[in-house]
Design a protein around this ligand. Structure first.
Ligand code: PEP
Ligand code: MN
Length: 334
């Protein structure tokens, strides 16, 4: 309570807490009175305490996320996708095109990554582009090409859903639904995929805090879907020599806070192909449960993210480095 709070204002807060079924513990200090409120965090969150007369500050002691927290589920979760596993010692090695451009480019890339024993195939049919004039993806046609690549290689498919109106199409073709960084706080979309009954990969927004990422995951899990993978993909900072700044510390922080698997996208963080391997190595060493990287047969011809794409001709070497480090960490590619 503020230093000038009247006894009536203090009593009013205590009474409102009691009405909401919460216990109130009043401590009178020399300069101010502190009221400790104990009760269901949902009931407390619903009380607009900040607006009560005489209230100076409201400090939540508990974390706002519950279902995704380690307190609820102390054991790490394992996400199972058609026989592949990610989390708790299973490393998700995810690779594939940034964007489906043509059938040939997608199939060629899928074959190369499959031959290196990756866990999942990635690829975008609906692309979140900064410019409305840039290639927006092939849409449904792209999903069909990805499904063909999935059927030929046997690799489960992760692809992005941007618009709830496309959910039926994406659910039909995808094994894992990706929520892109720009949609991380599209709460209706999160609830919608929470009800879709498919594993969900949520990418951290470039300006989102770790707590906001966990709250995004909470939206999905709240709908009954616990099959969620979190992805650190770089955040916006003042640094201009990389596309984003990969927040390596997010990996141990997230793994401390949540039971959900945490993977890293070094491709979008780096924006430059030469940096993808060092950042991927750092991610594995910091305890990531997987990496997701972009590959292309001819990056110089790519319609999206060319500078960061690993050429298919170099993917074998890249995969060898990742496999070596993963086994050094005592993990198995899932
Ligand atoms: C992607 O993975 O295809 C993508 C667009 O990444 P992000 O949402 O992290 O920018
Ligand atoms: Mn991309």
């Amino acid at each position: 309570m503020s230093a000038h709070a009247t006894p009536e204002q203090i009593e009013d807060v205590v009474a409102r807490l009691a009405e909401a079924g919460c216990a109130a513990y009043v401590t009178e200090g020399k300069d101010a009175t502190v009221i400790g409120a104990l009760g269901e965090s949902e009931l407390l969150a619903a009380l607009p305490l900040e607006g009560f007369p005489g209230v100076e500050q409201v400090l939540p002691i508990l974390k706002p996320y519950k279902l995704v927290s380690r307190e609820i589920s102390p054991d790490p979760s394992v996400i199972e996708v058609r026989g592949r596993r990610i989390g708790h010692g299973w490393f998700g090695f995810i690779a594939g095109p940034c964007t489906v451009e043509t059938r040939a480019q997608t199939l060629e890339t899928a074959r190369v990554v499959a031959a290196e024993g990756v866990t999942l195939l990635r690829g975008g049919a609906f692309k979140p582009r900064t410019s409305p004039y840039a290639f927006q993806g092939l849409g449904l046609e792209g999903l069909k090409i990805l499904a063909e690549a999935r059927d030929e290689t046997g690799l489960p498919l992760v692809t992005e859903l941007m618009d709830p109106r496309d959910i039926d199409a994406v659910v039909e073709y995808a094994d894992v639904i990706q929520i892109g960084a720009r949609n991380m706080q599209n709460f209706n979309l999160l609830s919608e995929v929470g009800r879709a009954g498919k594993p969900v990969l949520i990418k951290r927004g470039p300006s989102a805090s770790i707590e906001e990422l966990l709250m995004a995951a909470e939206y999905v899990v709240k709908e009954g879907n616990t099959q969620v993978i979190l992805c650190e993909r770089g955040i916006k900072t003042f640094e201009r020599s990389t596309r984003y700044t990969l927040d390596i510390s997010a990996i141990p922080v997230l793994k401390h806070e949540t039971h959900l698997p945490v993977i890293v996208d070094p491709s979008h963080a780096a924006g430059k192909r030469d940096l993808v391997l060092p950042l991927a190595r750092a991610a594995v060493a910091a305890g990531a449960d997987g990496v997701i990287v972009e590959v292309h047969p001819r990056p110089e011809e790519a319609l999206c993210d060319g500078p960061q794409l690993i050429p298919t001709a170099e993917f074998g070497e890249f995969a060898g480095e990742i496999r070596a480090l993963v086994s050094l960490m005592g993990k198995t590619i899932g």
